[in-house]
Design a protein around this ligand. Structure first.
Ligand code: AVJ
Ligand code: FE
Length: 441
């Protein structure tokens, strides 16, 4: 990105805007009937048609009004699509644009964005447009909402609405599937970034963190491993659970990951409307932070801190620098399961070429990974370009998730990317791996 000249970057941006829009439209097509688009599958999620118009409204605010100085098109709808004015549970009762009008609105916004792109300068000191930052922010935002829409689809009852992509499962590497741990020796590494052009404020600034040595799992925890925890009575033993986690587990009578049910033949799961046996070798997904934390304690381990996660994923101890992705600085399709190429994680042990310098596999893609860390700003954090992206979420309520899932687009994740959610959430495509200190504390 930082090596492209302005015209080439604008061409790339126009292409990515088109691709993300195709993705959004694919998740909100007319194969869904009107009530699927305007109704609510869960108070946790917005109606799909809200997400669709929201990404267009966000694009209007940032690319038309802020970047290009164009007058508001429909200021009266801003309040409907402001995520802070209306919590998700409330959105279906708002006078939202119906699907056809929502599509027309976002189309008009997009046409004006493409029209004005050539007149917006990327080579000035204005931080919003410098290097095309705000365009990258809008592309990433739409991809994030596409992942959110996939969670809505996963929660939706009824016949399958999404086609299983024809893509083939990647090969499992010879060393893969064996689990195991990797030692990360003590020492400093660079966490976060000061020079990634599309990085969010919460990834900045880059700073040195010195860590004691630790072991981290070479692969995400699989369904088979998680089942062993269940069968060992893990859900019935308060010793493994955080106090609030035990409350959550007891009040909701939780006994398994979300979407799992026990049949006579064994555990099955519902995945986008299809019911299938739980695949033992796939990373577990749809577990809360509390479940991940309990599993880790049962296994004699703990969740990694986000610093431990990032060092194992990105630090190259030989070169003495952090990579943008575990395997290097350049994204490549055959290194990770990202971008909704499949509607599921790939088997643990896949993507040998995507391993980090330490030999840790599948850090990026497949499943988001819970870390033990609360969401806070890095030393020297400065909110940019708006407090509501991340700063308002800082504090003890949210846990940090790392690495992206099969549903995350490659443009919307990198080694430094930070996601966050409440520790009870399970509709997101989240699993985990464990760590442990190498030196007794
Ligand atoms: C970064 C995924 C937590 O979905 O709440 C979307 C992203 N910010 N619109 C979210 C976001 C504004 C955010 N997460
Ligand atoms: Fe948003």
């Amino acid at each position: 990105l930082d090596t492209l000249d302005e015209d080439a970057l604008k061409e790339l941006i126009a292409g990515e805007l088109g691709r993300v829009r195709d993705r959004s439209l694919g998740l909100t097509t007319d194969v869904l009937d009107e009530t699927d688009l305007t109704g609510q599958v869960s108070p946790l999620m917005s109606p799909l048609v809200w997400d669709l118009a929201h990404v267009g409204n966000y694009e209007e605010l940032w690319l038309l009004r802020a970047a290009a100085g164009i007058e508001p098109m429909r200021p009266e709808i801003d309040t409907l699509y402001d995520a802070f004015e209306h919590p998700r549970a409330e959105r279906p009762s708002l006078p939202l644009l119906p699907p056809r009008e929502a599509r027309a609105y976002i189309d008009t916004v997009r046409a004006k964005v493409l029209d004005s792109l050539s007149s917006v300068r990327f080579d000035t000191d204005a931080p919003l447009t410098s290097g095309g930052f705000v365009y990258g922010m809008v592309v990433q935002h739409e991809h994030m909402h596409d992942e959110t829409m996939l969670a809505t689809h996963q929660l939706r009852k009824g016949a399958p609405a999404l086609l299983e992509p024809p893509g083939e499962a990647p090969p499992v590497s010879p060393a893969g599937g064996a689990g195991g741990e990797v030692l990360v020796e003590a020492g400093p590494f660079q966490m976060g970034t000061s020079d990634d052009p599309w990085a969010y404020d919460n990834e900045r600034p880059g700073h040195i963190v010195d860590l004691p040595s630790y072991y981290i799992d070479a692969e995400p925890v699989t369904n088979a491993a998680y089942l062993a925890f269940m069968e060992a009575g893990g859900y019935d033993d308060p010793r493994w659970w955080d106090a609030k986690g035990w409350e959550w587990r007891t009040a909701g009578n939780k006994r398994a990951p979300a979407f799992w049910t026990r049949e006579e033949t064994g555990w099955v799961r519902r995945r986008f409307g299809r019911v299938e046996p739980v695949p033992p070798t796939e990373p577990v997904q749809h577990v809360s932070w509390y479940e991940a934390d309990a599993y880790a304690r049962w296994a004699g381990k703990r969740l990694p801190t986000e610093a431990e996660w990032e060092k194992a994923a990105c630090w190259d101890p030989v070169a003495g620098r952090s990579r943008r992705y575990p395997w290097g600085d350049v994204y490549e399709d055959d290194r990770a399961n990202l971008g909704q190429r499949m509607l599921r994680p790939s088997e643990a042990g896949s993507y040998e070429k995507g391993a980090s310098a330490y030999g840790v596999r599948q850090m990026v893609g497949d499943v988001w990974e819970w870390t033990s860390s609360d969401f806070h700003g890095y030393p020297g954090f400065r909110s940019f370009p708006y407090k509501e992206y991340s700063e308002v979420f800082f504090g003890p309520d949210y846990k940090v998730l790392r690495g992206g899932s099969w549903a995350t687009h490659p443009l919307a994740v990198r080694g430094t990317f930070r996601n966050w959610d409440y520790p009870i959430r399970r509709q997101i495509f989240t699993g985990f791996r464990c760590a442990r200190s190498a030196v007794a504390a």
